[in-house]
Write a protein that binds this ligand. Structure first.
Ligand SMILES: [Zn+2]
Ligand SMILES: [Zn+2]
Length: 297
């Protein structure tokens, strides 16, 4: 059997909660010879290392929006990816693509780590080119990356009035497509861009009814998509496989979160097609069919 040439791996399926089971949001897309990273939340570098993918091998990092849970892993991927060891080895600039805000973020990271960079160039004789940063910012939706048959299209989503910009991505390769919703409330644009896709990776959020009295919890839930709404999106887009990631399970010290079974049951009220709740390092091979692979630890 030949290796599948279009594969998506969830590196982190979590949210800001510093959980050892669900790392921060990050998704690896491998298509042809391209390796693209979508968001770099907490622990993205660790997950890439577990997969045996050298950090320096990432062709581009694409950002959905600027909440810190999606970006706090960037300095690790960028800086560690420059080291000479087998897990690093980047000799070309680190390429970052994102809506407006990417340049500011990366320029300030360069400033923050200037001394480390200076020391390693002097002491370890690392090539300055490998720690350079190349940023492509975009304002509107449309194609944002194209290389060796892989095309990435950004589309606008709605993560809340004050949380702008916020985008999702559609990745096309050899007649197949995977879509990543990014953080968003129910948005028809996700349906527009994922109709006919092989794989649709969508965020989801749920809170126990007792906690919905709290204003800050109403606000969090208001920024995301409920399982009921996600089901409506899946039903209309009809992907070969729908996957949950960025799983917001609100809880308090005394009140347990909505279980994953309950999350699925709620989704089933509006959608009866193929569905899986993502786990860190779960991957999806997109061939004629979409095959789910769990990571053998
Ligand atoms: Zn998030
Ligand atoms: Zn967010």
């Amino acid at each position: 059997m030949t290796e599948c040439d279009f594969k998506v791996t969830l590196l982190g399926t979590g949210v800001p909660i510093p959980s050892p089971d669900r790392f921060g949001p990050a998704t690896l897309v491998e298509a042809g010879d391209q390796k693209l990273l979508f968001d770099a939340g907490r622990g993205a570098a660790i997950r890439l290392y577990q997969l045996g993918v050298p950090l320096g091998r990432i062709n581009a990092l694409l950002l959905t929006h600027y909440h810190s849970d999606h970006t706090s892993g960037i300095p690790d991927v960028w800086l560690t990816g420059w080291l000479q060891s087998h897990f690093g080895t980047r000799s070309k600039p680190f390429r970052v693509i994102g809506p407006v805000g990417a340049r500011n973020l990366m320029e300030n990271l360069e400033r923050a780590y200037a001394l480390d960079i200076k020391i390693r160039i002097a002491d370890e004789k690392l090539e300055p080119a490998g720690i350079g940063v190349e940023v492509d910012e975009f304002v509107d939706e449309g194609p944002v990356y194209e290389a060796n048959g892989v095309k990435v299209i950004a589309f606008e989503v709605d993560h809340g009035e004050m949380i702008k910009p916020a985008f999702g991505y559609r990745i096309e390769y050899d007649g197949r497509a995977a879509v990543i919703s990014g953080d968003t409330r129910f948005h028809p644009n996700v349906i527009t861009h994922s109709t006919g896709a092989d794989l649709l990776i969508h965020e989801v959020a749920a809170a126990p009814p007792e906690l919905m009295r709290e204003e800050f919890i109403q606000r969090i839930i208001g920024h995301h998509t409920s399982p009921h709404e996600a089901g409506l999106i899946f039903a209309q887009a009809a992907p070969k496989l729908a996957v949950y990631t960025h799983i917001v399970q609100i809880a308090s010290e005394h009140i347990a979160p909505v279980t994953l079974d309950a999350l699925i049951a709620e989704t089933r009220k509006t959608y009866d097609g193929p569905l899986v709740v993502g786990e860190d390092l779960m991957s999806f091979e997109i061939g004629e069919q979409v095959t789910i692979k769990r990571f053998a630890r």
